[in-house]
Ligand binder design. Structure first.
Ligand code: PLP
Length: 512
């Protein structure tokens, strides 16, 4: 939840909430930031809230988010049916618990965890990848501390090595749980963690190296295999045994289906835990994530709490206690309903939509594509012309007028001057919408072009010595290229050496 704010008085039309239709049931204004003295009819409450929510963006057109915005009606029904079950009441709702256990095992097998058919995989359901990462990070910290204590060494300065492209949840983990984040800075043109630099940064206090399968910024997969190989070599010489965590928040439900040959998961011996968001390409609405450990040894026992006040002994490893069951049930629905084939079809379809969008953007001639063809189904792009990258914010704002929510943001430290736009392609963003988006985008580009300040026309004199300046269109006119500007010149009176020059600053020329 974001921290709460109140609307400043100057922006409020009144300090009450009201709705035109609700006036059929409610005559008195209702206070906005205090509880009203009396109750109101349920129809009025519904109408008031429903009306206010109309001003939210349309989730289906929210292309900023990886989070699922469409599920089948049968699953919506199951979600409603499970809404009144608290997930933590395992003794009371053993079937819900069983479904979560099935999900953990299904994901562990998908990620090639070394568990045989009769063994239970080690993992938990969480609210999302952020909670999953907190739990994984705590397990690494505890393991490292135990090892250091046993060796009689200090354990007060733990660190994690990541790329500077990590999602904010890693920074939160570092700050909340007092672990230093040592970031490998990205560079322009290479926006993910360089495994060579990451391994160089590892020291005896490194609790793990975190690699990302599907960078939030541009969807790119980091090279976990190379990281594993380099780290193995370093571990051999140092004896530190530094492990790897893979943040597969988005990529965990993409790579197994589209790139089964890509080795990034528990097939790599140093990968000890992996998180994935069920609510991203796991195809469930917001509120579910997963963390899977390679084996029991990788999850220190002292982090597991055993409670018995809800019935039988319940081992738990979560940051919160109560939470809804619906998302877990919905995740199981997707696994059961889709199977490997279904997920593969959805991911292939998303990639195809992303490909068409990328092609359309390339055709405009305005943009460089900064996402990769092999990665998440998204398209990240920047204005080709570096001097115009700031227009990304204008473009994003202008597209809001058509209902599209497409964020513009700058790249992480060291490449922050690069401003990109990102369209996340989800299952419900089909080809018709791709076409519509492209046509709106072209309109907006033209509008931005029209908005550009008029070309200034200035006249000055140059000495046209033969062979010093030559026009591209013969001597009647042409284009001169000078740093920072293009000079278009036109010979008004060929018999004189005085020429009229139209000087067009790049910033005002037109946007592409
Ligand atoms: C790479 C990465 N890690 C972690 C997260 C946090 O995920 P969640 O929203 O499931 O907490 C995100 C969210 O976009 C992400 O892209």
């Amino acid at each position: 939840m974001v921290l709460s704010t109140v609307q400043p008085p100057e922006l409020r039309s009144s300090s009450t909430v009201d709705s035109i239709f609700a006036s059929r049931y409610v005559q008195d204004p209702l206070p906005r930031y205090r509880m009203a003295e009396s109750s109101i009819p349920k129809e009025a409450a519904y109408q008031i809230i429903h009306d206010e929510l109309l001003l939210d963006g349309n989730p289906r057109l929210n292309l900023a988010s990886f989070v699922t915005t469409w599920m089948e009606p049968e699953c919506d029904q199951l979600i409603l049916e499970g809404m009144n079950k608290n997930y933590v009441d395992m003794d009371e709702y053993p079937i819900t618990t069983e479904l979560q256990n099935r999900c953990v095992n299904i994901i562990a097998h998908l990620f090639n965890a070394p568990v045989n058919e009769n063994e239970a995989a080690v993992g938990v359901g969480t609210v999302g990848s952020s909670e999953a990462i907190m739990l994984a990070g705590l397990a690494f910290k505890k393991k490292w501390q135990n090892k250091r204590k046993a060796e009689g060494k200090s354990c007060d300065r733990p660190n994690i090595v990541t790329g500077s492209n990590v999602q904010v949840c890693w920074e939160k983990f570092a700050r909340y749980f007092e672990v230093e984040l040592k970031e490998v800075k990205v560079v322009e043109g290479y926006y993910v963690m360089d495994p060579v630099k990451a391994v160089e940064m590892v020291d005896e206090n490194t609790i793990c190296v975190a690699a990302i399968l599907g960078s939030t910024y541009n969807g790119e997969f980091e090279d976990v295999k190379l990281l594993n190989d380099l780290l193995e070599q370093k571990n051999k010489t140092t004896g530190w045994n530094t492990p790897i965590h893979v943040d597969a928040a988005s990529g965990g439900f993409v790579a197994p289906f589209l790139y089964p040959e890509l080795v990034w998961d528990f097939r790599l011996p140093l990968v000890k835990s992996i998180n994935v968001s069920g609510h991203k390409y796991g195809l469930v609405y917001a509120g579910v994530g997963w963390v899977i450990w390679r084996s029991k040894e990788d999850l220190p026992e002292e982090l597991i709490f055993h409670i018995n006040y809800l019935g039988a002994d319940q081992p738990t490893f979560t940051l919160n206690f109560s939470k809804g069951s619906s998302q877990i049930i919905a995740q199981y629905y997707q696994f059961l309903r889709m199977g490997f084939e279904g997920y593969k079809n959805v991911m292939k379809n998303c990639m195809e939509s992303a490909r068409q969008l990328r092609q359309g953007l390339e055709k405009t001639g305005c943009f460089d594509i900064v996402s990769k063809e092999k990665g998440l189904p998204l398209v990240a792009f920047a204005f080709k012309d570096k001097a115009k990258q700031g227009l990304a914010y204008k473009l994003s704002k202008a597209l809001r007028h058509y209902g599209w929510i497409i964020p513009a943001y700058n790249m992480p430290p060291n490449a922050e001057h690069v401003i990109i736009l990102r369209v996340v392609v989800r299952e419900d963003f089909g080809r018709q919408l791709v076409e519509k988006l492209l046509s709106h985008l072209k309109i907006v580009l033209n509008e931005l072009d029209d908005d550009a300040p008029p070309v200034p026309k200035i006249t000055f004199t140059i000495d046209l010595k033969p062979n010093v300046i030559k026009g591209e269109n013969g001597d009647g006119g042409g284009v001169l290229h000078v740093p920072g500007a293009s000079v278009y010149w036109k010979q008004e009176k060929p018999e004189t050496v005085h020429k009229e020059i139209l000087l067009v600053d790049e910033k005002t020329k037109g946007i592409c």
